[in-house]
Design a protein around this ligand. Structure first.
Ligand SMILES: Cc1ncc(COP(=O)(O)O)c(C=O)c1O
Length: 415
């Protein structure tokens, strides 16, 4: 087959691809759930494995010609087992949401009960939101963040577990800046004979590198997405003890998915190999150090951080104290204009709406991948302050934009 490039075949898509590469190169990606994978991970994800049907699992496929698919999946599994210390790993979920779906399908019946953190307090759609299949299929009760401390209200969680009697308790969050006390949640689950699903989508890389406590060996099920801090390309993963292995595998395929996205499984294998190198531990440590530096400097400028700081890769800024008339959306839009890309976020005790909330969430995985250190992150905090404090001043935004250009030129990303 002749090799035509995307540009030969489809200039419109080629333009969008180049545009996206330039956008990533020329802006600061501070959306806490994003990162930049290596060219090697992208090569694997763009490989001929996209053509291959491999329903089933290594050695037991429903299709012929799966020897290389088997190699890739076995490598991804072995590396994941080593990274997180799990007894059993399923690397086929197409995303973090589908990883969670695999656990629910394996362990729950429709109408069973989920206890999880509210979305507005940092939970995830796939933990029981009414707009998600989880909210439609299961009965859901939700715990919250203590608005005074910004920490999970573990006492409330335990009380709710006792009164609601859930079948599963979900921990692991989308916008929570603190370490998670997995044992306390496990205890609450044990007390009512419920399963415990720890969704480490955001912190997969931090857990693998040992810079965040691990729920593996504590929670019954650990799920994650593979494109965030672990930098292994888009996808999901489920970990569990051997006793649940068959149920989980059957729930992923044929329960909730057909053929695995083998090109993405290849991306996971390559990303996991990179994460097993000693440099990855240094990367993960730097992600956390950078988030602390960013948070400290934001506080120096008078911003309030939910929980007063961070233990992980993200900070959650509550704008109501420092900038009562500025919404998260105002800040997000002004920052995007200057090339700092983060997202508006609800905060515990939210008084506005989910669409136009009172906070912004900022993460350091992407900046750290491109080489930012604490000093550079403190400067980013200065830039964020200048923009949020003057969000309708075009002169300030032009100056900050120029500095962002210099920073992205200094800390290069893709060729
Ligand atoms: C805690 C948590 N779980 C699951 C997901 C879902 O991952 P995906 O977008 O891959 O479905 C996310 C995404 O940000 C998340 O934050």
């Amino acid at each position: 087959m002749s090799y035509d490039t995307v540009r030969d075949v489809d200039p419109a898509v080629a333009d969008a691809l180049v545009g996206e590469r330039d956008r990533q190169n020329d802006t600061l990606a501070m959306i806490a759930s994003e990162n930049h994978v290596s060219e090697a991970v992208m090569e694997a994800q763009g490989s001929e494995l996209t053509n291959k049907y491999a329903e089933g699992y290594p050695g037991e496929r429903y299709y012929a010609g799966c020897e290389y698919a088997d190699d890739v999946e076995n490598l991804a599994i072995e590396r994941a087992e080593e990274l997180w210390g799990a007894e059993h790993v399923n690397v086929q979920p197409h995303s973090g949401t589908q990883a969670n779906m695999g656990v629910y399908l394996a362990m729950l019946e429709p109408g069973d009960k989920i206890l999880s953190l509210e979305l507005e307090h940092g939970g995830h759609l796939s933990h029981g939101h009414p707009a998600n299949f989880t909210g439609k299929t299961y009965e859901v009760e939700q715990y919250t963040i203590d608005p005074d401390t910004g920490y999970i209200d573990y006492d409330e969680l335990q009380d709710l577990a006792a009164s609601f009697d859930p079948d599963i308790i979900v921990s692991g969050y989308s916008a929570y800046p603190r370490d998670i006390e997995w044992e306390k949640i496990q205890q609450a689950a044990d007390d009512v004979d419920a399963y415990h699903l720890a969704d480490i989508a955001h912190i997969t890389g931090l857990v693998a590198a040992g810079v965040h406590s691990s729920p593996v060996g504590i929670a019954d099920f650990v799920t994650g997405s593979t494109h965030k801090t672990i930098r292994a390309g888009r996808g999901g993963i489920i970990m569990c003890d051997e006793e649940y292995a068959d149920d989980i595998d059957a729930a992923v395929f044929p329960g909730g998915q057909g053929g695995p996205l083998m090109h993405n499984v290849a991306g996971k294998a390559v990303g996991f190999k990179e994460a097993l190198e000693p440099e990855f531990e240094a990367y993960a440590e730097q992600v956390v150090a950078n988030a602390k530096a960013l948070g400290d400097q934001l506080q120096e400028h008078g911003f309030s951080l939910v929980s007063g700081g961070t233990d992980n890769h993200l900070v959650l800024v509550d704008l109501r104290d420092s900038h009562p008339d500025t919404t998260g959306k105002d800040a997000e839009e002004a920052l995007e204009e200057v090339g700092i890309v983060l997202n508006a976020n609800t905060v515990p005790g939210e008084t506005r709406s989910a669409f136009n909330p009172s906070g912004i969430r900022a993460g350091t995985p992407g900046l750290t991948t491109r080489g930012f250190d604490e000093e550079a992150c403190r400067e980013v905090a200065d830039l964020i302050y200048r923009v949020v404090d003057n969000y309708d001043d075009d002169d300030v935004k032009a100056e900050v934009s120029e500095r962002v250009d210099e920073l992205t030129d200094e800390f290069t990303l893709y060729e």
